[in-house]
Design a protein around this ligand. Structure first.
Ligand code: C5P
Length: 234
């Protein structure tokens, strides 16, 4: 039977956060940011294991107690120089350990999207389980988009029709994802779907909402905290 696994690339330094501590460990509602994604993924009954891909020199992970997630949570110290390399290394290591099969579904989720909800996760899995390619959570663009020149002058307005903002999780079968990432090894794709597209496939967009945003700048952290606190104390 096909299984579902999640992989969280968490080997980035988060340079845009202007913080010494990698952003996945910054505190959000008294927990490291990555805790919140792990917690949502852990409580989905379909997910067999959660792989967290850490930088080889990560010395923060072991400072926290992860025992509430039992053996469903597996840390792999094999992160790479880019996000794509971290995902590729994580998949390769998990496969070498005999933990996943080629036909299994892999849901790749950024450590920096702590506001993912159980409902968004369920919707993604339900809508893609029988899909031939796989896909990703995404939000239709609502703002007017301007293209600029190097002086920050508008050159033209981009039509926003059919434009989406990609989010995670992104869900693909192991075999297709590993092939796509190996093919894209020298390219610096910022998400998994781009690597799949480079093979000529068309991932399906599953409509999500703006709450599942990526924490990138310091101001994002305060917003994520407000959202999580409100959910925890409705
Ligand atoms: O930097 P950015 O926010 O785009 O990173 C997205 C995700 O990829 C984060 O969870 C980050 O930890 C991860 N990443 C990684 N290995 C890298 C760079 C980023 O696992 N070399």
């Amino acid at each position: 039977m096909t299984k579902f696994f999640t992989l969280i690339p968490a080997a980035g330094s988060g340079s845009r956060m202007s913080s010494e501590l990698p952003k996945q460990y910054l505190y959000l509602d008294n927990k490291p940011m990555i805790y919140h994604s792990i917690n949502t993924l852990y409580h989905n009954q379909l997910i067999t294991s959660i792989f967290v891909v850490l930088a080889p020199d990560d010395c923060d992970w072991i400072k926290y107690d992860w025992s509430e997630f039992s053996s469903k949570l597996i840390a792999l110290n094999c992160g790479g120089a880019t996000r794509a390399e971290s995902v590729l290394n994580g998949l390769t290591t998990a496969k070498q350990k005999g933990l996943i099969d080629t036909n299994d579904w892999i849901l790749v989720h950024d450590a920096a999207r702590p506001c993912l909800t159980a409902a968004q996760l369920e919707k993604l899995i339900n809508e893609l389980t029988h899909d031939e390619v796989g896909g990703l959570l995404a939000v239709p663009v609502s703002d007017t988009l301007k293209r600029s020149n190097i002086q920050d002058r508008v050159t033209h307005t981009e039509p926003r029709e059919n434009l989406w903002q990609a989010q995670t999780p992104q869900m693909f079968r192991y075999e297709l994802l590993i092939k796509a990432l190996q093919n894209a090894e020298k390219l610096h794709f910022t998400d998994d779907a781009s690597a799949i597209e480079a093979l000529g496939f068309h991932p399906k967009l599953i409509q999500s909402d703006a709450y599942n945003f990526k924490v990138t700048y310091p101001r994002d952290l305060a917003l994520a905290e407000l959202i999580i606190q409100q959910r925890n104390n409705p």
